[in-house]
Design a protein around this ligand. Structure first.
Ligand SMILES: NC(=O)c1ccc[n+]([C@@H]2O[C@H](COP(=O)([O-])OP(=O)(O)OC[C@H]3O[C@@H](n4cnc5c(N)ncnc54)[C@H](O)[C@@H]3O)[C@@H](O)[C@H]2O)c1
Length: 399
């Protein structure tokens, strides 16, 4: 088969930048019929060690310090934006204006205002986009969506989500960009609940109104030293206040009358990455936990006496068959990003927005915006409506 080469430019070589790169590399192996061979052209990061990783380990032809060079490069057809949140707005708007389709990490900007500006620039430029809502692509989530959409759970009455992580539970861990309002925006609301809220909308539908509470559990952290400032950075002796929430809880109502609750913490002890969603209907229910990504708990009408049954994902569920031959052999987290890369490049090739779009990114940010308004006054707030292309409302993407 003749493969079309697509030139990739990467902005920021942190955890997500490395993962996007692995996803592009894995794509031709898992999605051969797409006929696409990503070519890793250039990566940008101001940190010299990150640039060295890009060329030595990840396979980029070149690495540069200034991200503008990525957008100006005529050999770059698509761009991955994997920078800290405060840089998303400027980079994404510049990519749209340069006519480059882009795949951006969530949360899309710090605040809904950043997301709205990115969304508007994309509407004007008409470029294809993708947002890193990777949990959508888990085959168990796709199976749950099929069950919900086919009516097997009856009328959906309530949703319960929880995103509990321990990645910041050590008070001695340094104050990286994630803890500053100017560079991150919100705390767990944007970082973790944006994933959970997107999942709730992908499975059940549009969230219409919300009320919230939040707290900052660890109020001060040591400043990081020099070098690559990520979660593993060494701390100095000085401390600085944490400016955003470690914990948040939401109550919400869907458009169609179903209701939901969702909470999140980044400082709990016990759960590592326990991201769960439960959907209850008049005829059945499902429960999914990212830590057991390949399993779905299902209880359907007539099986109530047995309670939940554990179903292992199998060929036929989402894109599982592209990764493993049969149930019980597990897919991994990186595979979700390979599916996201495939949805992105399939969208670019066909001109049809299959991957989660910047409209989906804005929709999640708009719920966070309403939650933050609720934190200020304690009231319920309507979520600002976003017009398409919302892929959470669309049929499940077929590549
Ligand atoms: N989809 C997911 O599940 C998921 C998981 C983790 C992070 N994220 C998101 O990915 C984004 C990046 O997070 P991360 O964990 O990779 O962060 P990170 O801290 O590991 O890496 C950030 C990188 O950005 C680089 N950078 C800083 N300033 C820059 C500039 N001016 N130009 C170019 N690069 C610059 C840093 O040097 C660093 O290499 C965030 O928006 C985050 O919310 C998403």
């Amino acid at each position: 088969m003749v493969m079309d080469t697509i030139g990739v430019g990467l902005i920021s070589v942190g955890w997500m930048g490395r993962l996007h790169s692995r996803a592009y590399r894995a794509l031709p192996d898992h999605f051969p019929e797409l006929g696409v061979q990503p070519r890793l052209v250039v990566a940008a990061d101001p940190v010299p060690e990150a640039r060295e990783q890009a060329t030595e380990r990840l396979g980029y032809e070149r690495a540069v310090a200034d991200w503008h060079e990525v957008l100006a490069d005529p050999e770059v057809d698509v761009v991955s934006i994997c920078s800290p949140n405060f840089l998303h707005r400027e980079m994404a708007i510049a990519a749209a204006q340069a006519g480059k389709p882009f795949w951006i990490e969530k949360p899309m900007g710090r605040y809904a205002s950043d997301s709205r500006d990115i969304h508007d620039a994309v509407q004007q430029a008409g470029v294809i986009t993708s947002v890193g809502f990777n949990y959508r692509h888990a085959p168990a989530v796709e199976r749950a969506r099929d069950l919900i959409r086919s009516g097997r759970l009856g009328r959906i009455t309530n949703v319960r989500g929880s995103l509990l992580a321990d990645y910041s539970s050590d008070p001695a861990a340094p104050l990286t960009w994630r803890f500053e309002r100017e560079r991150a925006g919100s705390g767990v609301l944007g970082d973790l609940l944006s994933h959970g809220l997107d999942l709730a909308q992908y499975l059940v539908g549009r969230i219409a109104s919300v009320t919230a509470l939040a707290q900052t559990v660890i109020t001060e952290r040591p400043l990081p030293g020099a070098g690559i400032v990520d979660r593993s950075a060494a701390a100095t002796g000085d401390t600085k206040p944490v400016e955003n929430e470690d914990y948040a809880a939401l109550l919400f109502r869907f458009d169609d009358g179903a209701v939901g609750t969702m909470d999140s913490s980044r400082v709990v002890h016990g759960p590592h990455a326990e991201y769960t969603i439960e959907v209850y209907g008049t005829a059945g229910s499902i429960r999914w936990d990212f830590q057991r990504m390949n399993e779905l708990q299902v209880c359907l009408d007539g099986q109530e006496a047995a309670g939940y049954t554990t179903v292992y994902v199998a060929p036929g569920d989402g894109e599982f068959a592209r990764f493993q031959p049969g149930a019980g052999t597990a897919m991994g987290y990186d595979d979700l990003k390979t599916i996201e890369a495939a949805q992105f490049l399939a969208s670019v090739r066909s001109g049809r927005q299959l991957a989660p779009s910047v409209a989906d990114g804005l929709a999640a940010a708009s719920i966070v915006e309403a939650a933050e308004a609720s934190l200020a006054d304690g009231a319920w707030h309507e979520v600002a409506r976003v017009d398409g292309p919302l892929t959470f409302d669309a049929p499940t993407p077929v590549i």
